[in-house]
Design a protein around this ligand. Structure first.
Ligand code: SF4
Ligand code: SF4
Length: 227
């Protein structure tokens, strides 16, 4: 699939998700940023969309900020979500993925606001809570939202199946190199470099039995996009 078509699909997926999430009573609000950590991951397609946004708005200084403030102990995924779904469906053991909860804030967070808010990674967009995490110390997320989040993450990886998944910092730094960006845009990426993992298509969706019926309308909306 051509890159612009993928970017359009990404926008439409985000619209569907926002309508879905808008039906829940959530505590998330501006200046609430306890969830904005150095451990956010995303796909190369999301990173490309962010780069386009920074160039259009003349805010490429955030790329320097990302490089300067990259936390050395940030979360580095070892497998993508679709790979994990495959392993679990075959009763295999996915690798341990150590995550340091003290890795600090996201490198672009400023005054508790996100300068990328309209194009923030889906991993940020889908992090929601019914109660303020700052007061409870954890996110209070409806189990159905968790299931829907996984389904969207799986489809976003599927759309970007020729790309990579990685920490927000590593994806942005990868795409910040012109050669990588051009190869990505032309669909010419090879094996994933250190710190990033190869994406793959969806083979099995992670939907627990209790949510299979409830999620059907959303799946129909996603499938109507011909993802
Ligand atoms: S997920 Fe938690 S920390 Fe993040 S915006 Fe929502 S309530 Fe605030
Ligand atoms: S990209 Fe934006 S929303 Fe995501 S963690 Fe960073 S500051 Fe928060």
């Amino acid at each position: 699939m051509e890159l612009n078509a993928k970017l359009t699909l990404l926008e439409r997926m985000v619209d569907i998700y926002d309508r879905f999430a808008g039906e829940f009573d959530l505590a998330c609000e501006k200046y609430c940023a306890h969830c904005c950590t150095a451990n956010v991951t995303m796909t190369t397609l999301e990173g490309y969309r962010i780069l386009n946004h920074l160039e259009k708005t003349g805010e490429t200084r955030y790329l320097e900020m990302i490089a300067r403030q990259a936390h050395p102990d940030r979360f580095l995924p070892r497998i993508s979500i679709n790979r994990m779904a495959d392993i679990c469906a075959r009763d295999g053991d996915p690798p341990d993925e150590p995550l340091n909860p003290d890795a600090g804030p996201c490198p672009v967070l400023a005054d508790d606001t996100c300068p990328l808010y309209p194009v923030r990674p889906f991993g940020c967009r889908c992090m929601v809570s019914a109660r303020n995490c700052g007061r409870t110390g954890f996110a209070d997320m409806d189990p159905f939202i968790l299931t829907v989040n996984d389904v969207f993450l799986q489809h976003l990886e599927h759309i970007d199946a020729q790309g990579y998944t990685g920490n927000f910092v590593d994806v942005m730094q990868f795409l910040d190199l012109n050669e990588n960006r051009q190869n990505y845009a032309a669909g010419r990426l090879g094996a994933a470099p250190d710190g990033l993992v190869a994406n793959q298509p969806v083979f099995v969706l992670m939907i627990p039995p209790e949510h299979r019926e409830r999620i059907q309308p959303l799946l129909m909306q996603i499938r109507s996009l011909h993802v």
